[in-house]
Design a protein around this ligand. Sequence first.
Ligand code: PHE
Length: 342
Amino acid sequence: MKETINRLRSQGAVLIEAADTPALVEAARVSLLGRKGEITSLLRGLKDVDPQDRPALGADLNLLKTELAALLDERSSALAVGQGSSSGVELDLSLPGKPPVGTGTTHPLLSVMESVCDIFYGMGFTRSDGPEVELDYYNFTALNFPDDHPARDIQDTFYINDQVCLRTQTSPVQVRTMERTEPPLASIFPGRVYRNENADASHSSEFFQIEGLVVDKAISMADLKDTVDTFVRLFFGAAEPTRFRPHFFPFTEPSVEVDMQCVACRGAGCGICGQTGWLEIMGAGMVHPNVFKAVGYPDDAYTGFAFGMGIDRIAMLKYGIGDIRLLYENDLRFLNQFRGVL
Ligand code: PHE
């Protein structure tokens, strides 16, 4: 009988452990401790045991009963807590939650991009997007870059084949938009661009630009200047003076580079502005007549301005980021500084 008791002890524990629904726990209880169960019949059989062994065996049987009953109770209360979870996984809804760790947040570049877009939406601009893998025609030809002209080398292009490249600027979206839109139009084109450059503190082979284009009757450079000044005021939060410097782009005439007074030294001259007191923030100009021709706009009916600026650059200026690579390395120690700030 001693052996039977030991067998029941281990078999019972296994049976209870395996019972993963309240009904199975109940079935185990009946088979182990019920009136027709083995323990009951062993207890009944005690009277036929040698009277010398009877007290020890009786005590052991009672102990087994209590142990199994405790195991059964434990099992059914564990299952009761897990109720509502069909997988049978134990789940205590009353426990305090684990604090979230490592939740994502918007990347600072995307936040800056969105806030720049919002400023232009506020001025009545709409938005269009174009492909990053672009036809050479849109990236260069339609933008008045002559074939074999050295201007194509200004921007070191990643070519996919003779006709297809990674866009080096967001300007091709000007062409795509004008091809399908009659003036008047005021649109921005944000997006990623690529240039075959070696990375250093101020260059990256991929970066972000936002392009703006306004076309209507009698649009002038004064409209461009006012748009730029409004943007600078709203984005940098202060009315920093801006200036236009003559420049060259094939798709604008006249062309300018736009500088704003250095945000760090307010024009006095410092390391950030190379002692000039000015920071270049974008390229711009009046849309070249050849671009209007390429998109089929009638001669002389419209004028327009366009500008293109580097999102990385203005983000770096606004937040005092000294190295563009920080924006692409996804180092959480850097990124977490912007959490909840932008
Ligand atoms: N696409 C030019 C660049 O990437 C910027 C630009 C855009 C200049 C629109 C003039 C007008 O450098």
